[in-house]
Design a binder for this molecule. Sequence first.
Ligand SMILES: CC(C)(COP(=O)(O)OP(=O)(O)OC[C@H]1O[C@@H](n2cnc3c(N)ncnc32)[C@H](O)[C@@H]1OP(=O)(O)O)[C@@H](O)C(=O)NCCC(=O)NCCS
Length: 333
Amino acid sequence: MKKTIATITGLGSYLPERALTNADLEKMVETSHEWIVTRSGIVERRIAAEKEYASTMGIEAAKKALEHAGVKAADVDCIIVSTMTPDFLCPSTAAIIQHGLQAHRAFAFDIQAACSGFIYGLSLAKAFIESGAHSSILVIATEKNSAFVDYTDRTTCVLFGDGAGAALVQKAGSGCASGYTIDHVCLGTDGEQSELICIPASGCRQPATDESVRTRQHYLKMVGSEVYKHAVRRMEMAIKHCLEAMQVPESDISWLIPHQANLRIMEAISKRFSIPWERVVKTIEKYGNTSSSTVPIALHELDRSSGLKQDERCLLVAFGGGLTWGASLLTKI
Ligand SMILES: CC(C)(COP(=O)(O)OP(=O)(O)OC[C@H]1O[C@@H](n2cnc3c(N)ncnc32)[C@H](O)[C@@H]1OP(=O)(O)O)[C@@H](O)C(=O)NCCC(=O)NCCS
């Protein structure tokens, strides 16, 4: 029997209109454009409007992915939403998106794997499609980081931005002329390092109190320099595992789409695998780190630029809080 192959048949993204520049941040905390650019590569990031949420941005990205694939929301049977900045702890952001899209046939749920979440979602979609359980799955990554970033903490507030990306996953041959086969996905977690990136309060361990609000415990905290070392090591490992599993040589990778957390981290990864710098997709300069949505936003930008030719391979790789990491090998069809 012919094997069912999971394929991305539609892509979409959404970025809020308002840009927060390094010059703006210079007025908010003790920092400089030069420090931010040399240490991270970021020039500006997008910030959601007051009434834009993870759900509303996710809906916009998903609509574009459906339109791209020529599929109606009513034909989607599963919605997987990656977010670490949900509208609510309950209900899920996925449920709100399902209603917003009028995707009444779909069951919907959130996953939380921080910045690696889109690749975790792809892995689930691949398994659902290849098992025959479901046929049209939206994987959406959407983040309103600005709601959890402490704009008095210069070590984090210069890094993050808001945005959403989405992919429709179906089986190969579903009627779409082009797309990307999801050839392999590798995932990993190291919970021992969970304190390196965390939001200490808001969960059941530390519900909101006057004290937790006063001491700014509801904001994201990160030990940047430690995270940096893990990011390079873990993303390198995830790529190696992915290539080994598929017996694909490094030289077969036409494009690398790394999580956009720091330009220097991306450079280190591209050097380790001898991937030319111009073959690394970079959106960090204009959008900053949008957590789990960096990878689908960058994939959508590469797709729109027609950068990838038929049968060429691209490698997605991400790393984030948890710690979590993941890599996925795609082939353009
Ligand atoms: C956050 C990051 C850009 C900081 O760069 P770095 O080179 O590691 O810088 P350090 O944290 O060592 O800080 C160096 C100095 O700059 C200062 N600094 C930190 N943020 C600053 C800012 N926005 N402006 C000016 N100075 C700043 C620090 O206080 C420190 O000063 P000190 O030496 O007097 O103590 C970098 O560590 C990073 O990208 N980490 C990984 C992030 C990541 O991968 N996240 C993925 C999961 S989301």
